[in-house]
Design a protein around this ligand. Structure first.
Ligand code: GUN
Ligand code: FE
Length: 436
């Protein structure tokens, strides 16, 4: 079958490299099948079409002045089974929140029908919020986790999906033995591979250092190395958690994961609020990334994560909603919360440079792609990459702010980041396919 050609004409914004924003006014992007084959200025569109030998009749979409094309958002950390708990339980800090609310909701996913319904809603709603790529913690249970894989494939969302490993520090009826944990992980990986999806990959997912022991972590590290897989877990989110990890293993938190060969260039560590300089250096050296989850860090009163410091020290950072540690599956909200957190930190120091709206846009797009080691495929509109994109419209029906004076492209973009929501995300594309 011949690839469909789509041509987008109008204004677009993306990050060409780390923290570097490019605004292209009156531009075009030509997409063939799933891939971006050319970008440029509108004046050069006809000559580019001729060069590419494009026949007339390509699907041409002309954006209006209130619309901007941007890369799809990357949610580097989200718990799909916690979705029904969005907005609940923020009266307790992390460890009590897990015990009181979180394990309770996660336990019910032995129910396949419920799993199917919830995961269908999660995938649809994250896509509607512009999350074209999500890095998911799925369930402890294999059958349920497989249903999240099915939902992502069914709705064409790009996803890394991990069956959780958890053998200790949870209710007895919500634990597995280390043997079951390893065996089920292997079965889950084989299931994902057997789907032959070009969008969904498995990820090794030890919940956190308090949920598993060193022996299992080492086996998971070996498995990740053998299968060349991504790894995701939590790190240094809450000060009581950090104290417990240090006393359990008698070493720094990051060193625990490093000892198990779980710190690789394909590792995503959620939170990282209380990392020491030494740990930050180790994480940077290993090329592992931090998923910054500012809404969750505030709701669970975990703390303020200093992203500016992490970036300065060469750590790759993306954004995560951490649903339901965070209350909404919206990376746009995470961007706003990342700005707030950074500004609040800046009040404590002289000459501290808080993140800007441009910086958080990098974190939400190319930064997220780098954090997930997917930047050769997604994250911006570089030719050769897959077309994962959003059309935003600040004059969309039911916009939260419904009055727009004459604005520059960058002003429309700022309005989107500070005042926009899913109603301003009018179309969503994953690998060239329109999914909203
Ligand atoms: N640490 C261990 N498990 C979890 C979880 O489900 N959510 C968050 N935010 N932190 C965790
Ligand atoms: Fe989390």
């Amino acid at each position: 079958m011949e690839d469909i050609v789509q041509i987008f004409v109008g204004n677009f914004i993306h990050c060409t490299e780390r923290l570097k924003l490019q605004v292209v006014e009156n531009g075009f992007i030509i997409v063939k099948g799933r891939k971006i084959v050319a970008t440029g200025k509108k004046a050069d569109l006809n000559s580019t079409k001729a060069r590419l030998d494009l026949k007339d009749g390509a699907d041409e979409k002309i954006l209006t002045g209130s619309q901007i094309l941007i890369p799809g958002f990357v949610d580097t950390h989200i718990h799909a089974p916690q979705y029904p708990n969005c907005g609940l339980g923020y009266d307790k800090p992390l460890l009590e929140w897990l015990e009181t609310y979180t394990y309770k909701v996660e336990k019910i996913y032995r129910d396949q029908e419920l799993s199917r319904r919830v995961f269908d809603a999660v995938v649809k709603n994250t896509l509607a919020n512009g999350t074209t790529t999500a890095c998911y913690f799925a369930s402890l249970f294999n059958n349920s986790s497989m249903l999240l894989v099915d939902a992502a494939i069914r709705h064409s969302q790009r996803a890394l999906i991990g069956k959780i490993n958890m053998t200790t520090l949870a209710p007895d009826d919500y634990l597995e033995t280390p043997e079951e944990s390893l065996e089920n992980t292997k079965i889950f990986i084989e299931y994902v591979k057997s789907q032959k999806s070009d969008l969904v990959k498995p990820v090794i997912t030890p919940r956190f250092a308090l949920s598993v022991d060193m022996d299992l972590m080492k086996k998971l590290g070996d498995l990740a190395a053998y299968e060349d897989l991504h790894i995701q877990t939590h790190i240094s989110e809450n000060s009581s958690e950090v104290d417990m990890v240090v006393s359990k293993y008698n070493m720094l938190y990051a060193n625990v994961y490093d000892e198990a060969q779980l710190l690789t260039s394909k590792t995503i560590l959620a939170h990282g609020v209380y990392l020491t300089d030494e740990e930050i250096q180790l994480i940077a050296r290993r090329g592992a990334s931090i998923s910054h989850c500012p809404e969750s860090n505030t709701c669970l009163k975990s703390g303020l994560c200093d992203v500016y410091n992490l970036l300065n020290r060469g750590v790759i950072v993306g954004l995560g909603t951490d649903v339901s540690g965070g209350p909404l599956p919206s990376i746009l909200r995470a961007m706003k919360a990342a700005l707030d957190t950074s500004i609040h930190i800046s009040f404590q120091y002289k000459n501290y440079m808080p993140l800007t709206y441009k910086d958080v846009f990098y974190l939400a797009t190319l930064g997220g792609a780098e954090a997930l080691s997917l930047h050769d495929k997604i994250g911006n509109f570089q030719e050769g990459k897959d077309f994962d994109a959003l059309i935003i419209d600040m004059d969309a029906k039911d916009s939260p702010v419904d009055f727009l004076l004459e604005c520059s492209v960058l002003e429309i973009f700022q309005k989107f980041i500070y005042t926009g929501d899913d109603r301003n995300i009018i179309n969503v594309f994953v690998a060239g396919k329109q999914v909203k």
